[in-house]
Design a binder for this molecule. Structure first.
Ligand code: SAM
Length: 213
């Protein structure tokens, strides 16, 4: 992701507390109050400019979504989308996905989406991959038994690594596609990266993995 300096982004995020959760540590344990209902909560870690999470929230009004993105200069575009769509079941969180334990109690998150996560191809950077075992342990600590991680990427190396990581962690792989767009899978919501890479003819990999008690 190319980062552009947007000095005004912080101010814009702060001006929209109905969409951007500004003090997420205060929501820990009470996200149902934040959303004003008891719907399940699905989060996307590394939400980028928000096309996927906005599309999912529009498609599934009975589920609450939270888009988590590290960079304010990127998430501010997701905010623009959300302002336009005005969806009550979507919030944005400008935090590091590695610190989610500070913002959610065990069982508050029902599903984690990872889409086109940075591949960190060098072995010495493996710990930074969002499917590394310490991240899986973190996601598990937020979810009830049976919580799921849904993952899409164009990167074959990261996909192979991640399937191994899910499996070695003891997760159950319930869906694997090596060519999502030619698999007959219905209801796919494309991310920005997915549109870009599939337009270039690259195939898209997708998996679903479930934590087991
Ligand atoms: N998911 C989007 C898509 O598919 O179009 C964006 C993909 S982009 C390659 C990866 C995004 O993950 C970037 O916006 C990056 O800033 C974000 N990211 C990486 N590590 C993160 C972390 N630890 N916490 C939150 N966001 C992170």
């Amino acid at each position: 992701m190319r980062l552009r300096n947007k000095p005004w982004a912080r101010e814009k995020l702060d001006a929209h507390p109905q969409y951007v959760v500004l003090n997420p540590e205060q929501e820990k344990g009470q996200w149902n109050k934040t959303f004003n209902n008891d719907q399940p909560i699905h989060i996307e870690v590394g939400t980028g400019k928000g096309q996927f999470v906005t599309g999912m929230a529009r498609q599934n009004p009975h589920i609450n979504y939270i888009g988590v993105e590290l960079y304010e200069s990127v998430i501010v575009t997701a905010l623009d989308r959300l302002i336009e769509a005005d969806l009550p079941n979507l919030k944005l969180l400008n935090v590091d996905g590695a610190e989610l334990m500070n913002y959610f109690e065990k069982g508050e998150v029902d599903r984690v989406y990872l889409n086109f996560s940075d591949p960190w191809p060098k072995t010495r950077h493996a710990k930074r991959r969002l499917t590394y075992k310490s991240f899986l342990s973190l996601y598990e600590s937020l979810m009830p038994d049976g919580g799921e991680v849904h993952f899409k990427t164009d990167n074959q190396g990261l996909f192979e690594y991640s399937l191994k990581s899910f499996s070695e962690y003891g997760m159950l792989l319930t869906f694997v596609s090596l060519d999502l767009h030619n698999s007959g899978f219905e209801g796919n919501v494309m991310t920005e990266y997915e549109e870009k890479f599939s337009a270039k003819g690259q195939r898209i990999y997708r998996s679903e993995a479930k934590f087991q008690p």
